[in-house]
Design a protein around this ligand. Sequence first.
Ligand SMILES: [Fe+2]
Length: 575
Amino acid sequence: MIIIGINAYHADSSAAIFVDGQLIAAIEEERFKRIKHWAGFPSESILFCIKEAGIRFDDVDYFAIGRDPKAKFLKKILYLSKNPSGSFSAVKNRLENSKKVSSLEVELAQIANLPPSAFKNKIRQVEHHRSHIASAFFASPFEEAACVSIDGSGDFTTTMTAVGKGNQFTVLDSVDFPHSLGIFYTAFTQLLGFPHYGDEYKVMGMAPYGKPVFVDKLEHVIHLTGDGLFQLNLKYFRKGTEGVISYGDDHIPVVQPMYSEQMISRFGAPRRKEDPLTEYHKNLAASVQRITENAIFHIMESLQKKTGLKNVCVAGGVAQNSVANGKIKTRTSFENIYIPSAGHDAGISIGAALYVQHQLLKRKRIPSIRTAYTGSRFTNGEIKQFLSSKNIAFKELSDDLLFDKITDCLVEGGVAGWFTGRSEFGPRALGGRSIIADPRRADAKEILNSKIKRRESFRPFAPSILKEYVDEYFELDDDVPFMEKVFPIKESKRKMIPAVTHVDGSGRLQTVDKNISPRYYGLIESFKNKTGIPILLNTSFNENEPIVNTPEEALNCFLRTNMDMLILENILITR
Ligand SMILES: [Fe+2]
């Protein structure tokens, strides 16, 4: 049984392939197209999946697309008729998007060089939030679990809760567009001066610098309801038919302003890019983060009471809020949590495929997906051949010697580009395509920002920690394989690792497992043997672009920036 899952015509388009229940490959199209959040048809990702599985197009049994234009169709029509838009293009964009989904077989036929009829009976449309939930529940280690998906919107739904058992889940509740926690967060992200798709994490990074003094004021904007859900006060938001995400011919998602004039009169004019970040902005960010957490835990706690379960699976764009994720155990009655590496829309491809595999075909559950390394890979031979063709000098070293050289460089204040194994599926670099540095250096943030990243100074860098030492450094001990949670760092340890300690004493950790990432584990172990610290600073291998996918992109990034060394598998390049 071969199933290809697809997220298409939606931000973070992607593809994933399962062969007889096993995940063979999953990758985001932005890595090929080199445009962040690329939102068209993921042709390169699908071709990559076919190649990785060593199959032909006609071997595929099902193509599962995580989108169903028929979902909540009547509600959608009713909403559109009650909220006629002044903007014709917004409506046109929506209609065109629906049409695109139905032309999937034509697009598949083009890349496969087969007639569209070859795909006619193989396509399955899976509603957006059901895909999110499937991406978390069916990939989790739980036989039974409560499930929640929260995002901006997808298929006219913004929040969905469900209960999963074995190879099935049942939807319990959902919230209709435009009442959306994602839209709430995005509107304030825009107001705070970050207008691009996916900028929300900047607000999360800024929040610890402020105090949540505007929570009361924000309660006029979002109400938590007695049924365990929430409602927006829509007067603060532009009509959904005007303020939505659109995709132009370049397939870059563009977010229209989501706040209304009333929002501006209550919370002030949007900050312009060049305006300074004031105490007011920081306090507003802290308040937005706080109230978002309150809403998430309100939904979750009600779901826990309803289901009586201790396991929870979380997906959707709002599941990228690692600060909230880190508090689930302390703020709710859930005890065990699973969040996939791609909780955002890229994960829709895996979710749609898993939905078909289990919910529709009733096939047996698969082992929990504990790795995000499902993308591109290159051998030492391929890398050497490429470097020779570019006349780049390099050395090939054994792991031990290589790790020794890298950690020497880091201890001396160096920054290294680390490219090993398969690329990660999801927004986080997890030691496959990472830039690494010494977490003990108070000046590491400045070094990284001056040598490579040039990003906002308020944003923290993250620690990768050997799994066995979490308890020694953090106040909570849990598996965090995908950097999906933020935990408080123990007070006594904060001074030892200032480069990865945020202003509030927290760190967005990745726990590194020897069995899953043996080389990255070995590298951190080498650093520990020299310094006593089982942690490395880990940031994504890129410079204002999607994470590098090939040795060529890694080399170009190395040459463009002031990185001190580049490691491609066992190959070392220095300046
Ligand atoms: Fe979504």
